[in-house]
Design a protein around this ligand. Structure first.
Ligand code: 2PG
Ligand code: MG
Length: 400
């Protein structure tokens, strides 16, 4: 192993045009790694703290960098991440920011892989990884917090579950995205794109269901394999906690009605994946829905679990979901993200590695998905910061 000799931090742009933290780590033997923190728009209340980039950088330079440079070995990821936690001193990275922490954590892993001359997924997952690849979930219509005046449900996802390879799956999702664009044009619906590159038309959710169902079916016919349909409801953003109702514009649903509505959608559209169908505090509602439809579909906790093993344990106890969304920046380090992933797998939950709505060209999550043999990765369908990850998966599959 080789000592980390330098940690550099700077502000770079994310895909929304906001500053974010980029870290560079250099090792004694000349290994080099670079990584950048993503950022959420529909963030969970229990996520680790993201500070303004300049504040996060200043604080990490003062508190974390001196504990890492010349002190910690690249490749000893647990020590890197323990140094970040010790430097911060809070559970939620309030001091240095989870954005600084995750950028340094991921850059250190990348520098270690470079030192070894191994691909990042292999350094993270071990010599025998690279034989299983995730199905990419591609956002083709989106609204919620990711686009104004669009659908209430945040993400309508193509899920090419029958694809023979990652490359086939990636191209299929892009093709579904294209087909949705064509159907919208035929219907004379103008559509810009939301934060993740999905179409963001001013249509109601029921029309979006129709269009995505038509597009997935059409493209499945063309490519000759199954393309499923998934959702990220991001229901916390729809929930009015004071009134105890979910609001879809003028339509209101009580929590029981919401469960019934989502269960109905699972049946009607054969949904293979449903993320955050209920408010982030409603473990019981999640359990009820999982009980009803968990044998047919994945009920995935994002804002519910925030990649946090304590919240995941609570969910496991309650039977609240059968999938975990994994976003390293929700918890702050790769070690924590790995621990949550392993805990999920041990308890029969499927891990789904995910991007954020604000992204950079960083490809770490593509490697994380291969390293953990996650069955799904959620990283959009089109757009440079999304294709950065998708194209990395294509390359990885070719060389693994
Ligand atoms: O809710 C989500 O799953 C994500 C990514 O799609 O959105 P955000 O990064 O805004 O939380
Ligand atoms: Mg989500």
């Amino acid at each position: 192993m080789t000592l980390i000799t330098e940690v550099r931090l700077r502000r770079v742009l994310d895909s929304r045009g906001n500053p974010t933290v980029e870290a560079e780590v250099t090792t004694e033997s000349g290994g080099f790694g670079r990584a950048a923190a993503p950022s959420g728009a529909s963030t969970g209340a229990h996520e680790a703290t993201s500070l303004p980039a300049s504040e996060a950088i200043a604080s990490a330079r003062e508190h974390a960098v001196p504990r890492i440079e010349g002190q910690v070995y690249a490749g000893d990821q647990r020590s890197v991440d323990a140094a970040l936690r010790a430097a911060d001193g809070t559970e939620s990275f309030d001091e240095i920011g989870a954005n600084s922490a995750v950028a340094i954590s991921m850059a250190a892993a990348t520098a270690a892989a470079d030192t070894l001359g191994a691909p990042l997924y292999q350094h993270l997952g071990g010599a025998f990884r690279g034989n299983e690849f995730p199905t990419p979930l591609g956002n083709v219509i989106g609204g919620g917090e990711h686009a104004a005046e669009a659908t209430h449900i945040q993400e309508f996802l193509a899920a090419p579950v029958g694809a023979p390879s990652v490359a086939d799956a990636v191209f299929a999702n892009a093709r579904v995205h294209g087909a949705v664009g064509e159907i919208l044009a035929e219907r004379d619906v103008a559509a810009a794109k939301g934060d993740e590159g999905a179409w963001a038309p001013a249509i109601d959710d029921s029309e979006a269901f129709e269009i995505v169902a038509e597009a997935t079916e059409q493209v499945a016919g063309e490519v000759g394999f199954d393309i499923g349909f998934g959702l990220d409801v991001a229901a916390t953003e729809l929930y009015d906690a004071d009134e105890g109702v979910y609001r879809y514009g003028d339509t209101e649903r009580t929590p029981d009605e919401q469960i019934e509505y989502v269960a109905g959608l699972v049946d009607e559209y054969d949904l293979v994946y449903v993320e955050d169908p209920l408010d982030e505090e409603d473990f019981e509602g999640f359990a009820d829905l999982t009980d009803q439809v968990g044998s047919e579909t994945l009920i995935c906790g994002d804002d519910l679990f925030v990649t946090n093993t304590e919240r995941l344990d609570r969910g496991i106890e309650a039977g609240a979901a059968n999938a975990l969304l994994v976003k390293p920046n929700q918890i702050g380090t790769l070690s924590d993200a790995f621990d949550a992933t392993e805990r999920a797998v041990e308890n029969g939950l499927a891990p789904v590695i995910s991007h954020r709505s604000g992204e950079t060209e960083d490809t770490t999550i593509a490697h994380l998905a291969v390293a953990t043999a996650a069955p799904f990765v959620k990283t959009g369908a089109v757009g440079g910061e999304r294709t950065a990850k998708l194209n990395e998966l294509i390359r990885t599959e070719e060389t693994a």
